[in-house]
Design a protein around this ligand. Structure first.
Ligand code: RIB
Ligand code: CA
Length: 311
């Protein structure tokens, strides 16, 4: 029984690895990939999503362009991390596969209405603009979502784009607020866990040692985009954020966390986009998310490398 998913993404090298892991895994049925503005502007994220599908040898995957700016705030991008193309590192050919005509938000709405309720999982890897827009435009789809497994937020790890906020939530806090208040079954992969998924040199060498187009490209992507975090955190490797979402779908037992209340700061500029997780249960706010705090990093990289070898 395969699991139907929609990947909502702003590639970004770590998004690319998350997409490759999904496309390499027969347990997952990728109904579509919806691009959103985030790491780089939408024209690049939708192009990069297609580049990654072709790298995986899956040009038949449907890729849609979605929202090109957050709900209310101006777009903030991260070329300083991901490079000007958003996929710097490997030399990859421009895509030849088509971009779907339909807007990503309409695809999300139509798909959730067409599929059996409770059978489609949403996997946001970037700002939550597309998801929130779909929920606002078609409130009837919220109850039809099986689960949302997203990369975003931070609590003990604090922010990576401001002292208080993680990038995906910071770019569109209003969208995140809508999603976290939606009532959906949400699993959050915050920096608290992704900062424990460090691509050390042996782990990156294992990607390269696959000797395949995909393995070498992933090694080159992670080498490039991780240089910024290695410098910043002085760690032995840099975090591989988005693939934690895909790995959770495949082997949830690799991860551990706590069901807590998570709310998003949308008023104060100082803490804008902060995910306030009531980890110690000091409020009476109802738990609304499984907030992941830890993973078996060796198990994660073994799974990832083994699956990438299949492409
Ligand atoms: O903060 C990390 C997140 O922001 C990742 O999803 C990365 O791709 C960027 O979108
Ligand atoms: Ca991302």
């Amino acid at each position: 029984m395969t699991r139907k998913i929609i990947i909502d993404t702003d590639p970004g090298q770590d998004d690319a690895v998350a997409i490759l892991l999904a496309l390499a895994s027969p347990e997952l049925d990728v109904l579509g990939i919806t691009a959103v503005a985030g790491n780089v502007p939408l024209p690049l994220t939708q192009k990069n999503a297609r580049i990654v599908c072709e790298l995986a040898g899956k040009p038949e995957v449907k890729v849609f362009a979605g929202c090109d700016a957050p709900l209310e705030r101006p777009l903030v991008t991260a070329e300083y991390v991901h490079g000007k193309t958003g996929l710097d590192g490997p030399e990859l050919p421009d895509p030849t596969m088509p971009l779907q005509e339909q807007h990503a938000v309409d695809f999300i709405i139509d798909t959730l209405r067409a599929e059996e309720p409770g059978t489609v999982t949403l996997c946001p890897l970037g700002p939550l603009t597309n998801i929130a827009t779909a929920f606002q435009r078609a409130p009837d789809i919220v109850d039809r979502v099986a689960q949302i497994v997203l990369m975003g937020g931070a609590y003990f790890e604090v922010g990576n784009v401001t002292p208080a906020a993680e990038f995906n939530i910071y770019v569109d806090p209003q969208a995140a607020d809508i999603v976290f208040k939606s009532g959906c079954d949400i699993v959050v992969m915050p920096l608290d866990v992704t900062h424990k998924a460090l691509v050390t040199k042996p782990r990156n060498d294992a990607f390269r040692a696959l000797g395949t187009k995909v393995g070498v490209a992933v090694a080159e992507m992670t080498d490039f985009f991780e240089r910024f975090d290695r410098e910043k955190y002085g760690s032995e490797g840099a975090p591989l954020h988005d693939p934690c979402v895909t790995a959770y779908l495949l082997r949830p037992e690799l991860f551990s966390g706590r069901r807590v209340n998570v709310e998003v700061e949308t008023q104060s500029e100082l803490t804008m986009g902060m995910t306030v997780a009531d980890w110690w249960g000091v409020t009476d706010r109802a738990p609304n998310a499984l907030f992941i705090g830890d993973l078996d990093a060796d198990g994660f990289f073994t799974l990832l490398t083994e699956r990438l070898a299949r492409l």
